[in-house]
Design a protein. Sequence first.
Lengths: 449, 441
Amino acid sequence: MADYKRAKWAAWADHIRSLDDPAKSFEKPEALDDLVVIDLSSRSMAGCFCSSLLAELGAETIRIEPPGGDLIRTYSPGGIMVKDTGLAYLQEGRNKHHVTLNMESAEGREIFKSLVGGADVLIETYPAGTMDNWGLGYAELEKLNPRLIMCSITGYGQFGPDSERKLYDYDNVSQARSGIQYCTGEVLPEGKTVKDMPWAVPTKAGPHIAWAVSGTFGAMGILSALYHRGKTGEGQAIDVCTPEAYSRLADYQLMWYAHAGVIAERFGSLDTALWLYGFFPTKDGGVFLGGLRLEMWKAFVDIIGKYDEWKAGEWTTLAPFMKKDWQLKYQSMIDPETRKYTSEELTQKSVEYAKSGRLAPITPVVAEIVSPWKAMHDENWQDRGIFTPVQDPVYGSVLCAQSQWKATETPPRTKWACRPVGYDNGHVYLKYLGYGPAKLKELEGKGII
Amino acid sequence: MTVFRNYAETKNRRPGPLNGIRVLEVCTLLFGPAGPSFLAELGAEVIKIELPPVGDVTRSLNPFGWFYKEQGPMFIHINPDKYYMALDLHIDMAQQIFKELCAKSDVVEFNLRPAVTNRWNIGYEEIKKVNPGIIYIEKNGFGQWGRYAEEDRPSNDGAAQALSGYAWLSSFAGQPPLKQSIWICDVFGAMMGEVAVLSALHYRRRTGKGQYIEMSQSENIMRAMTWAWPYQQVTQKHAEPSGNRDQCICPADTFYCKDGQFVALAAPAPDEFKGLCAAMGKPELAADPRFKDHETRLKDENALAILKIIADWAAGRTADEVERLGVKHGFAASRVFSAKDECEDPHRRARGAVKEIDDPMYGQYIDHEIPINMSKTPPKHRWSVRPVGFDNDYIMTRILGRSEQQLKELYGHGVLGKWKDQQGRRPPSDWDGQSGAILRR
């Protein structure tokens, strides 16, 4: 990576890196390598995200698909496929063994029960009631394996009036039902219609974030249940409902309505509750500016040379700046100033200000709003191991975001990206159920695997 | 299904799964404190340590000037179910007390700039000496090493949205990048932090070993941007934003309805797509060669064609009508919910997902429950936030056995502190001077 000026505390940085550099992950033990996880997700990737987190930590993870593969395999921009797999699944097949099993057949369900008998965790995403109708609800499975932790992640949950809806969980629908899409997006100016400005509408996040969030809450529940099981030996059922899970990440909006009667509305790229906090234009794009303490806001005003003109020295509190009309007023005053610089120039000004500015070391947060392309090529993240490609025996070199945290003892790691449909039937059924080639051929003939 | 019968009504009968775990937090704003709150709701004892007398910056934050009982509503939302201690960690005596607490804790969490814990003599190596099993996590913008960390760049959620490409991917094509209305990178990163902590706890149970964990909120959100990375690798093109359309699934988009509301809809599976075509009164579309299977439908020209057909149809319906047709014909659809819809949703109320907290200091108010339901060990949001240093005496007496005289000295030296007489730091003005206090009233 390009040279940079080392910090005064570079020895600390080097020391920590020597302990937790992801480049050394494979030299270390794995936190969950004593566990067997079964992932029976269908249509929703929340379950696959959840099982990926466990698989990255070493759990032996068996992904069950129907013969021919799950619909999830086809999720991909423009329908692009790498061998038999779409790009969304190419990220979440990681470290998993892939088997096929026809859950619609009674024999398939018996085989499933045998697998569950030896498993620690089961993850599923069918609409509530599906597993019960198959005779595979938690009440049944608990009898086979009282230590089992069964996590269901769905669009409407396992109980409550809407759980009767027999509908699958899709990320965009769950984002809509969370309350977050409603208050995210550009403001439609008065006198304009949605036809005039079709982008000034409630806007969802681009990535499958509702799924990632419910999957992560699922993992949190599973790991907590493991702790409880370690003390008592008992497993349990876990219910995560995706729109609720994503809603929990909204902050004051629920209280604001419940206790002040105010419905949070869209506010573009400013923030209803924070100042200085928003996106501003530059000569070559835009930057995020942040200064949640008065001094940081003053430091920013100093950087753009308006400290005296705007009388920043006289400001004693940030409170009035949080009001809507002040935010809009200052936004229109800041815009022409930030347009004078490139994003890189403003970023460097902030770094420099921390060293030599009038309020140093206080400085505002300045961050260029980059495309994922630029992020992927940013040497800082590459150096931190985020974009180290996985060398997959079947799919070749695959770029998966990984090493999302660093750890001295049991860091997460990605060993392979994915497996084709049914690729591990031979290995998994032999290992867990003793089925050899003859038996597998018979099952295949009957359409069970 | 019977497993969760009467779940919301009976959840208080059983403790959460992390009962017996003790967590110390030295965190401010959102990325830091959000994580330990989840552990608290899962049953852990979480002690929030603030710097006296002002404490956490979030106590000042508010939407357009609105406070709930003089407290920042986001502080209330981000910090429930904790014990509140104020210890000035700049002072060596406070650092000693902190180490004594660490010796009796399982997890310790920080969100400070890199190398600050080391400067305060409470870095991992120091704490490991008093508790080799400790799980020690540091969360911040850029981690503890690497260029951005060493440049000591400040960061926060908005910076992570900008630097990760998340905002760029969350707008409409041809429009400027859009900031999310929520602090997604903060809270998602915080959640991932607890996955890291809980997995380390499992490892500790097996081996007795603790560990050190560090993370950046940008790196975590990039983990959630799944398909963008292999897309760029495979096509050598930029991943492009696509507004409300899910590029990986077709049809999946948000549509404008005749009542001025919006409805989101998804129907990629054969049964769902057939159901949608039937609901639109155009069953023949399901057999149209352009739409015959999901992969074919995802091709750009086909996707745009079917989305246009759905948009024209939805424009003649109300959002609720489309949602009802989804239930009838078996495809996913939901009106775009506002905070009002969420608050009044009978389903969320029946599940206890939106619930009334009954707090000795802040009274009865509405907040989210932790969205994890567990049949044997239900996690729960129980109480609200407290003023800076509110539980000092309780913690110091119960855990460290300090006497009243010793506490007096610690206050005298400024090691322990209490709230400044300032909004958000002090108790609400209607407080009776007693409610919520544990040891002494």
